[in-house]
Design a protein around this ligand. Structure first.
Ligand SMILES: [Zn+2]
Length: 478
C-alpha cells in the first residue's frame, strides 16, 4: 500500500514538472534539429531547473512569475562542446585557468573535455563545483592525469613502466572518477601502450591519445583506442608503408623526424580509404584539432601577438605560448615547408574520413602551451576550419553537439532540444546552417537552465578581461 502511494506521488510529481509553471520559457525561436538540419517553428521551450521540461505550441500567455524570453526570429541550437582542451601550467597558473571558465560560457561552449595536463586536482574540483551549481563554467569531462612512460617530458602525468604499475595507475584513475583515459606517446613502451588500451576498455573507459611511432594506427585501432587526437595520425594511417615505417622506427632504423616525410611520400588515397573504413568499423573516432595544427603550421606567416582575444588570457598563460613560438622559429626553410604541407595534406583528409564513416569530433586543443588557440572562441574557428576543409555546416555542428556527448554515452541527456534533456542552449541571431560563422552571432546562452543575455555575456567578458590584467596569482591552498 505504502509503495503504491509513493509510486502515485512519483507519477504526480513527474507529471507536474512538465505541466506546472516552468522557470523559464524561450518563446518562439527557430529550433534547429542538429540530427538532420530541419527547422521547427512556432514552438516554445519550457525550462524547469536545469532541464528542458517541455516543447509546446507557441502561446502568448504564461502564469505570472514565469520568465519569458522573446526569441522571435532567433535560431536555437544546443550548447557547443569543445572535446579537446587543456587546463594546465602548474599551481601558479591555476587561478588563470579557472578564469577561463566563463569564457567558454560567453562563447556558447557548454561542455568541454579536458585532455589532461598538470592541474588535475583543480580540474576535478571545478568539475564538481560546476555540476553543483557553485561555479560558473562549462560541464567538464576530464581524463585526470594522463598515462605516459618513465621520465616523460610531461609534468603531472602518471608514469608507467610495467604492467603492475599500469594496474596501479588505472586503480588510481578509477578512484578519481575520471571520465575517460588519456594516453600519450613520449616515453611509453609500445607493449604497455597496447596493454593500457585493453585495460581501459576492460574497465569500461574510453581511451584517447597520441600514438607511438613504433605502433601502426591500424594496430591501435584494432586494440580499441576510442579516439585519435590530431589529423597527423590520420595521415599516417593513409600511408601504404605504415607497418614498415612503424617496424623500422621500433628497430631504431629511422628517427621520429624521418616518420612524417616517409608518410607523405607513401600516402595512397585508395589505401587510406580502406584504412579509414577499418577505423570506422573498429569504432575509432577522430578529433582533428585543426585549430592548433593550423596556427602552429603558419607561425612563420602570421603574427598573433596583436590578437584582440589575448586581453582575456592571463600573463602566465600567455608566457606558455612561447614554447611553440620559439620551437617554430628555430625551423629551417625546409622544415617550415614540411609543416605547411603536412597541415594542408592532413586537413584535406576530412572528406575521406567522412566518406569512410569515421566519427569526427570537434576539439580545439585550446589551453596552456597551445599558442593562440583560444578557449571559447577556438571552437568557432575549429568549426569554420572543418567547413573549409570539406564538412558541411550541419556536419561541423554535429561533430560538436552530437558526437561530443555520444563519446561519453551521454547522447540521451545532452545535445538535443527535447523534453528531459539538459537545458544547455544557444540563441543565435543568424542561421549557422547557411554560414558556419554564424555560430559567433550569439544573442544568449542558457547553461544548466540559467539564462545569460547578451549584456550579461558581455559583462562576463569584461570581467575576464579585468582578471586577465591582474596578477600574479597565488596557488590554491588546500
Ligand atoms: Zn592536446
Amino acid at each position: 500500500m505504502k509503495l503504491i502511494l509513493v509510486f502515485l506521488l512519483l507519477i504526480i510529481s513527474a507529471g507536474s514538472i512538465a505541466q506546472h509553471k516552468p522557470d523559464l520559457v524561450i518563446s518562439d525561436p527557430i529550433i534547429i534539429k542538429i540530427a538532420d538540419g530541419s527547422l521547427l517553428r512556432d514552438h516554445d521551450i519550457l525550462v524547469t531547473g536545469n532541464r528542458i521540461s517541455g516543447i509546446i505550441k507557441h502561446k502568448m500567455n504564461y502564469a505570472e512569475g514565469v520568465r519569458v524570453i522573446d526569441a522571435t526570429g532567433k535560431y536555437l541550437i544546443p550548447g557547443l562542446w569543445d572535446m579537446h582542451i587543456h587546463f594546465g601550467g602548474g599551481d601558479t597558473l591555476a587561478e588563470e585557468n579557472k578564469n577561463l571558465l566563463p569564457l567558454f560560457i560567453a562563447f556558447g561552449i557548454t561542455a568541454v573535455r579536458d585532455a589532461s595536463a598538470d592541474l588535475s586536482p583543480y580540474v576535478l574540483k571545478w568539475r564538481s563545483e560546476i555540476n553543483n551549481g557553485k561555479l560558473l563554467g562549462p560541464t567538464i569531462f576530464t581524463s585526470g592525469p594522463k598515462i605516459e612512460g618513465i621520465n616523460s617530458i610531461w609534468v603531472g602525468d602518471i608514469e608507467v613502466g610495467s604492467k603492475q604499475e599500469l594496474q596501479k595507475a588505472m586503480d588510481s584513475l578509477q578512484g578519481l572518477k575520471v571520465d575517460f583515459i588519456k594516453i600519450t606517446d613520449n616515453t611509453i613502451k609500445p607493449e604497455i601502450y597496447l596493454a593500457a588500451i585493453s585495460e581501459a576498455r576492460n574497465r569500461g573507459y574510453k581511451i584517447s591519445g597520441h600514438i607511438p611511432n613504433a605502433i601502426s594506427i591500424k594496430k591501435v585501432s584494432e586494440a580499441g583506442l576510442s579516439s585519435i587526437e590530431h589529423m597527423s595520425y590520420v595521415l599516417r594511417a593513409g600511408s601504404k608503408n605504415e607497418e614498415e615505417i612503424a617496424a623500422n622506427f621500433a628497430k631504431g632504423n629511422i628517427s621520429s623526424r624521418d616518420v612524417m616525410p616517409l608518410v607523405m611520400e607513401s600516402f595512397d588515397e585508395s589505401y587510406a580509404v580502406s584504412a579509414y573504413k577499418q577505423l570506422a568499423k573498429n569504432g575509432t573516432a577522430v578529433v582533428p584539432t585543426l585549430s592548433i595544427s593550423r596556427v602552429t603550421a603558419y607561425l612563420d606567416q602570421e603574427d598573433h601577438w596583436n590578437d584582440d582575444y589575448l586581453k582575456y588570457i592571463g600573463q602566465g598563460l600567455k608566457n606558455t605560448y612561447w614554447w611553440r613560438v620559439n620551437r617554430a622559429a628555430g625551423d629551417s626553410k625546409e622544415a617550415i615547408d614540411l609543416r605547411h604541407r603536412i597541415f594542408e595534406k592532413s586537413a584535406s583528409l576530412l572528406p575521406l574520413l567522412k566518406k569512410a564513416g569515421v566519427h569526427i569530433i570537434a576539439g580545439t586543443d585550446a589551453g596552456y602551451l597551445n599558442s593562440f588557440d583560444y578557449p571559447g572562441l577556438g571552437l568557432h574557428t575549429e568549426l569554420e576550419l572543418m567547413v573549409k576543409y570539406g564538412l558541411s555546416p550541419l556536419e561541423a555542428l554535429q561533430s560538436s553537439i552530437i558526437n561530443g556527448p555520444s563519446f561519453f554515452n551521454k547522447q540521451n541527456i545532452f545535445g538535443k532540444i527535447d523534453q528531459g534533456f539538459m537545458a544547455d542552449m544557444i540563441l543565435l541571431n543568424e542561421n549557422p546552417l547557411t554560414s558556419i560563422s554564424n555560430t559567433r552571432t550569439i544573442h544568449a546562452v542558457i547553461k544548466s537552465g540559467i539564462y545569460f543575455s547578451r549584456s550579461e555575456l558581455d559583462n562576463m567578458l569584461k570581467e575576464a578581461e579585468k582578471k586577465a590584467s591582474q596578477g600574479p596569482f597565488k596557488p590554491l591552498q588546500n
